[in-house]
Design a protein around this ligand. Structure first.
Ligand SMILES: O=P(O)(O)OC[C@H]1O[C@H](O)[C@H](O)[C@@H](O)[C@@H]1O
Length: 274
């Protein structure tokens, strides 16, 4: 599979795959790998990579008639540009409509994924332009798999007061506390869509490490960990893989993005290692 290596002058690095327009690895300057990539992931055309940052587009999960999470994560993307700045490195990838996309979704569109890495942060930007002459509508997510040493020691802050849909219990609930302890027994098998997160920063803490997630253009956030039982059923995950990852996804699910002809939408997820 074709991969692209980005290296900023300060040594911060990222690796992307043209398959799926998929960010596979992020190593901030002077720090180890921050993303989880399953050692059992398949890297074959037509299948999604397990880990990194899959692009869910134009449908999140099974909330519609399209294949799960849409088609963007399973198709080949093109390289548009790659450059090194004074203190960062940037790559832009593109996916345009094709026979493969029109077989599922009858729209002319251009999707661009831009990744900028430098210092202790990474910006992942997804843009969609409607190239057709009819309006289009989509849901989307940047499905980021954060690597953690031990899920039991991880907490997420920034979600208090938000409504969420619990996809495991198939029920809505309110997040009362600011702290979400991801490894707690009652919380394992965590699959929640938090609505109206907007630009609130979400802070993931694990012992002395903190990663701050900030979003622009995304209204919602998904927190997902399969837990041991569901993980055992995922052929592309090792049995204990669930304890080494936490997905924190920037998403637009509750209110699909509607684009009139010629209009564009842009969403950005930034991760900073403190
Ligand atoms: O296994 P995948 O198709 O990659 O989906 C992985 C997960 O993605 C999201 O986080 C959804 O909320 C989950 O319900 C889903 O299980």
């Amino acid at each position: 599979m074709s991969t692209i290596e980005l290296t900023a002058p300060d040594g911060a690095r990222a690796t992307l795959s043209l398959h799926g327009g998929h960010l596979l690895s992020w190593r901030p300057a002077g720090a180890p790998e921050q993303l989880y990539l399953s050692p059992r992931s398949e890297f074959v055309p037509g299948r999604a990579i397990r880990g990194g940052v899959p692009v869910c587009f134009p449908q999140f999960a099974e909330r519609g008639p399209l294949p799960k999470h849409g088609f963007a994560r399973t198709l080949p993307w093109e390289l548009v540009s790659q450059e090194q700045g004074r203190d960062d490195a940037l790559v832009v990838l593109r996916l345009r409509d094709s026979d493969a996309t029109r077989a599922h979704w009858p729209h002319a569109f251009e999707l661009e994924l831009s990744v900028r890495v430098g210092g202790r942060s990474i910006d992942i930007e997804l843009a969609c332009e409607n190239l057709g002459d009819a309006p289009l509508q989509f849901t989307t997510a940047l499905h980021t798999y954060l690597r953690v040493a031990d899920l039991d020691a991880v907490s997420v802050e920034g979600l208090s007061g938000l409504r969420y849909f619990d996809s495991v219990k198939q029920a809505e609930a309110l997040q009362r506390m600011d702290l979400l302890l991801t490894g707690e027994k009652g919380v394992l098998d965590l699959d929640r869509i938090y609505f109206g997160v907007k630009e609130r920063p979400l802070v993931v803490t694990e012992e002395r490490r903190q990663v701050v997630f900030t979003h622009q253009g995304f209204d919602d956030a998904v927190v997902w960990n399969p837990g041991p039982d569901r993980c055992a059923k995922l052929a592309d995950m090792p049995p204990d893989g669930w304890s080494e990852m936490l997905c924190l996804e920037a998403a637009n699910i509750g209110r699909p993005i509607e684009l009139p002809p010629g209009e564009s939408w842009v969403g950005r997820q930034s991760l900073a290692l403190l």
